[in-house]
Write a protein that binds this ligand. Structure first.
Ligand SMILES: [Fe+2]
Ligand SMILES: [Fe+2]
Length: 248
């Protein structure tokens, strides 16, 4: 039995693909087929795969059904968390989605899922992505203060959702956590954030995040050890469509 993760499938079986990188870059060519083959080689029926957001380009559920059917047809138990592009998934209507797709798919929001003695907790997250102003040496010298203030509100909302997820698991007796975000846990300055603090507060062993895709974005946030936790980027193109093993 193993736990795997990947994010940013950006499927588009029923929607018009407009993302230039996805149209242009080789890594995205037939990525659905590459990913399916990798999953079929790697993942057994008793395994769990967490998909960390940006599942579909569809703007409403009727434009995502084939994408969700594709995910449903992959091996193992599938847990989905929200990404910024998942317009089909209103956080407040997660229960209805689960009603439609359970038991094959689980939409994780304001709740947790169990893997062995771990609670899998998560939310979309948020981070201020700029604009930043950078000097000739590549150092950040300033940023858009108005945008940053707006980002702070979104971060607070996501932190509250994440805390709900942790607290429900804690109330049920869980002491071991794997934390999933869609957005990276920090901005490009890679300083402590509410998300890294919460990972530390509850003792999450690993923080898994996605969203950073395209080679220029892969190192926007933390990789590896940071203040006692392990951080892993699992965007699909970064992993070249091989799900990352999180736990045995
Ligand atoms: Fe994405
Ligand atoms: Fe994203």
């Amino acid at each position: 039995m193993a736990l795997y993760a990947i994010g940013d499938l950006h499927l588009h079986f029923q929607s018009v693909l407009k993302a230039p990188a996805q149209l242009r870059d080789r890594v995205w060519k037939n990525h659905e087929e590459k990913f399916r083959k990798n999953c079929e080689k790697l993942i057994a029926a008793e395994d769990t795969l967490v998909l960390a957001g940006d599942h579909s380009w569809g703007r409403k559920l009727s434009e995502c059904e084939q994408d969700l059917d594709y995910i449903r047809s992959l091996p193992g138990r599938k847990i989905l968390t929200r990404g910024n592009h998942d317009m089909f998934w209103d956080a407040k209507k997660t229960k209805q989605l689960n009603g439609l797709y359970r038991p094959e798919l689980t939409f994780l929001q304001d709740s947790y899922e169990v893997y062995r003695d771990y609670a899998l907790v998560g939310t979309k997250g948020y981070t201020f992505e700029g604009p930043f102003w950078i000097d000739r040496r590549g150092r950040v010298v300033d940023w858009d203060a108005e945008e940053e203030a707006h980002a702070k509100k979104l971060v607070e909302r996501e932190l509250a959702r994440l805390r709900t997820s942790f607290e429900l698991a804690k109330d049920d007796g869980f002491r071991k956590f794997i934390m999933f975000l869609h957005y990276p846990p920090t901005n490009i300055l890679e300083e402590r954030s509410g998300f890294t603090d919460m990972a530390e507060e509850y003792g999450a062993e690993q923080v898994i995040y996605a969203h950073c895709h395209g080679e220029s974005r892969f190192y926007d946030s933390i990789h590896g050890e940071f203040r006692g936790r392990q951080y892993h980027l699992v965007s699909g193109d970064y992993l070249r469509w091989h799900p990352m093993k999180v736990l045995d």
